[in-house]
Design a protein around this ligand. Structure first.
Ligand code: FAD
Length: 320
């Protein structure tokens, strides 16, 4: 295999075809689904991305630990994928193994005001369960796509809430396959970021999130959820393939979306990639946009905003 300048989640040697064959038999023995040359475009909300050398779907935290330990022991590396709603992959794909957590959905526990959710559970389902059980604290996640683990790993937030202030403890599998429970208060959270590496090491994987919520009235909670859904529907390109906000909001009082809009970029297009006319911080895939189209469009928007306002926008989406 040739070396490509793709950042890796953990330092490791490159996967060979023999390693991939060994992984396939290991996964088969462990009851973990595994596919070689799996197109990332099938697993990323933007609908772009070439193949991953392999994709595996561990069904429970022990399987995550076993498979990660197996990969680490061989000096190899991996990436982690949740719902793929905040990731952009290039047309060349990735040469390492992608651990897809969307089958890690067993193990929800709700008792009194304590709720524990597995990392692969869609955040929307976690929200629905709390509302059904009359628990307040996750309503801010209304309209947030993706998984609980992805939301924690990126400190997702909206409507004034964020994961940093919602989560109490996290269950994490380290790169050596060890299971740890970490207190959220001991972790370094910032705007759309969680630094797990400091406490758990590079390549750590969130396998569940535990929170203490407040008692609330289910009817009032679902009314608030409906209101927030309606606001999202009117302010975001719902139904179009996208990856949420592409850029982080810069310092100051103007959001990235406002700067992009004022720089005249709404509707700007490269191939089938387009700056949404509903919300300028969203890029939508209008058809068969390539990763290169989206990368070009990102660079053009950055150039326009820099030329007009002197602000260099930083990306919020994770590029693979
Ligand atoms: C229409 C739309 C609206 C959105 N609105 C918002 C919003 O209001 N606020 C907001 O913050 N975001 C928003 N997003 C972005 C995105 O949905 C969230 O950040 C979401 O929480 C990401 O979850 P995911 O499971 O899809 O993560 P992925 O996209 O799969 O992964 C994101 C990153 O987290 C890592 N990761 C994923 N799971 C784990 C894990 N278990 N352990 C360790 N690392 C992991 C991945 O390696 C990757 O680097 C929106 C996206 C869309 C498409």
């Amino acid at each position: 295999m040739t070396t490509r300048a793709i950042p890796r989640t953990v330092a490791g040697r490159e996967w060979s075809r023999a390693d991939l064959r060994d992984l396939t038999s290991f996964c088969s023995n462990e009851g973990v689904a595994c596919a070689l040359d799996e197109p990332l475009s099938k697993h990323i909300s933007m609908g772009i991305g070439g193949p991953a050398a392999a994709m595996i779907w561990p069904p429970h935290p022990e399987a995550v630990a076993t498979v990660v330990a197996w990969i680490s022991d061989r000096g190899l590396d991996w990436r982690v994928l949740g719902g793929g709603t905040n990731v952009m992959a290039g047309d060349q794909g990735v040469e390492n193994v992608v651990i897809n957590l969307t089958r890690l959905i067993e193990g929800t526990h709700i008792s009194e005001t304590l709720a524990s959710f597995p990392a692969g559970l869609p955040t929307a389902q976690a929200l629905n369960m709390t509302v059904r059980d009359g628990l307040d604290g996750l309503v801010w996640a209304t309209g947030l796509p993706g998984t609980v683990g992805g939301a924690v790993a990126g400190n997702a937030g909206c409507w004034g809430g964020e994961m940093a202030t919602t989560v109490e403890t996290l269950d994490v599998v380290t790169a050596q396959g060890r299971c740890l429970r970490l207190a959220a208060a001991d972790l370094d959270w910032s705007y759309r970021r969680l630094d797990l590496e400091q406490k758990a090491g590079a390549g750590s994987i969130v396998v569940s999130a535990n929170m203490t919520l407040e008692p609330g009235d289910p009817k009032a909670l679902s009314k608030r959820v409906e209101e927030l859904h309606a606001r999202k529907r009117s302010s975001q390109p719902v139904g179009a393939r996208n990856a949420g906000c592409v850029f982080r909001n810069p310092e100051g009082d103007r959001s990235a979306g406002l700067l992009i809009d004022q720089a005249g970029c709404k509707g700007m297009r490269v191939g089938n990639a387009e700056i949404s006319s509903v919300h300028a911080n969203f890029i939508i895939n209008r058809g068969d946009a390539s990763g290169a189209d989206i990368e070009d469009l990102i660079e053009r928007v950055k150039g326009e905003v820099k030329a007009r306002f002197g602000v260099l926008l930083e990306e919020e989406i994770r590029r693979w």
